[in-house]
Design a protein around this ligand. Structure first.
Ligand code: S3P
Length: 425
């Protein structure tokens, strides 16, 4: 258990965040379908991305270098059948994208996960993969473990019920090794890293509104530096936006607009957000400065939700400090993340004294309220642990957190950086 006390003095800081989790997973997984040496600099070395490394290694990809700065991967001429089941641990990205990749393997791939991952919906990838002719076994109801018999499969057109980049990416990966194209139509645009990376690696992929079509073909490996993760940067941005005497610059962060919805909402809520773009390649990135303090309630809904899905709980926290009613709706996907994030966020914020009403698809938050300390539980969810630590910076009494080790999933150094930034006194 960790204990956090309020940050009472002004903060002005620059923070470097680890490499983006989504891009790191994709770099690792796509190496299995690419000719040549894939080199990822500034990759995220965390429990989630290690699961993807395990998966490609089990398929015969050679990991040449695995240092904190560089990861070098090279696939064999032909992917091998994994001899043992592969542990995707807590990682939805490993399991869902891995299922699409396994469609390319001549043989059986068995993917299993921890208790949280085994409760998350997999029918959304299992059913379309089956429609392509891939044999997939899942636990009743469409849950992990998954057993995927790969080899030859067809393409097809798939209209997704939810805007999910993991599902879209799984089907596009399977499309690269199908006999004909795969077309995926989303209800709203989700993060588009898979499309960008396939194109950068020489794949044939086209977009037409919300529809993406990938044509079968091989990829060329490439080298790139992974920009900082905007979902990790969001915790520092939120700390800045909770107090008028705080300013934080998140350095070298991914600016892909399908990932920066949270920063746009911060500006709507009254924080000052300044973008300093540096480069567009292979994805846009730069430095972002956030200075406090949020003061206006907002309504967050619709197509904005997928562009900030992992950051939506932070909006609920910030809303507790704004005068008026904030409404967040259309975010029911949060119920099937690493935890039920609607329930866990509501519970954490209420135990700190906030007025938050849970709805099936979001929350209604009345502000402002002064937060106080309490004992809270991250319930095994990395983002819930970090949210509690952010809230503690403005709570009147100490916040005690159970389950803090969940940060190993996406941000192993989070608490070290937090304590280094916390002003003394
Ligand atoms: C991710 C997509 C999102 C996100 C997850 C990573 C990805 O999930 O919540 O942390 O890398 O594609 P969904 O696509 O299921 O919404």
């Amino acid at each position: 258990m960790l204990e956090f006390t309020a940050w009472k003095k002004p903060v002005k800081a620059r923070v470097a965040v680890p490499g983006d989790k989504s891009l790191t997973h994709r770099g690792i997984l796509f190496s299995a379908l690419a000719e040549g040496e894939m080199i990822l600099e500034h990759w995220l070395d965390a429990a989630d991305t290690r699961a993807s490394v395990r998966l490609v290694q089990a398929l015969g990809v050679e990991v040449r270098e695995l240092s904190p700065e560089r990861l070098v991967l090279e696939r064999p001429r032909r992917l091998q059948e994994a001899v043992t089941p592969i542990d995707a641990a807590n990682s939805g990205t490993t399991m869902r994208l891995g299922a699409g990749l396994a469609a390319a393997v001549h043989g059986l791939t068995v993917l299993y996960g921890d208790a949280s991952l085994s409760r998350r919906p997999m029918a959304r990838v299992v059913e379309p993969l089956r429609a392509m002719g891939v044999q997939v076994l899942a636990r009743e109801g469409g849950f992990a473990p998954l057993a995927i018999q790969g080899g030859r499969h067809q393409g097809g057109q798939f209209t997704l019920a939810v805007a999910s980049a993991q599902v879209k990416s799984s089907l596009l990966l399977a499309g690269l090794t199908a006999e004909d194209p795969v077309r995926v139509i989303e209800p709203a645009l989700s993060r588009d890293h898979t499309e960008r990376l396939i194109a950068a690696m020489g794949g044939n992929i086209t977009r037409d509104g919300l529809a993406v079509t990938v044509y079968p073909g091989s990829l060329h490996a490439m080298a790139f530096r992974v920009p900082g993760d905007p979902s990790s940067g969001a915790f520092w941005a939120a700390i800045a936006a909770l107090d008028a005497d705080r300013a934080v610059t998140v350095e070298s962060m991914l600016f892909n607009p399908t990932r920066t919805g949270f920063y746009r909402v911060l500006a709507q809520m009254g924080a000052s957000v300044h973008w300093d773009a540096v480069s567009e390649l292979p994805e846009p990135w730069g430095h972002v400065e956030v200075r406090g303090r949020v003061c206006r309630p907002v309504v967050v809904e619709g197509a904005d939700i997928p562009q900030m899905i992992d950051e939506v709980p932070l909006v609920a926290l910030l809303a507790t400090q704004c005068e008026g009613t904030t409404v967040i709706r259309g975010a029911e996907e949060l119920r099937v993340k690493e935890s039920d994030r609607i329930q866990v966020t509501g519970q954490i914020l209420r135990s700190l004294g906030a007025q938050v009403e849970d709805r099936p698809d979001g929350w209604v938050i009345e502000g402002p309220t002064r937060l106080h300390g309490a004992e809270v539980d991250a319930r095994g969810d990395h983002r819930m642990a970090m949210l509690a630590a952010v809230a503690a910076t403005v709570a009147e009494s100490p916040v005690r957190l159970r389950g803090e080790d969940a940060v190993r999933i996406s941000y192993p150094d989070f608490f070290a950086q937090y304590h280094a930034l916390q002003p003394e006194g």
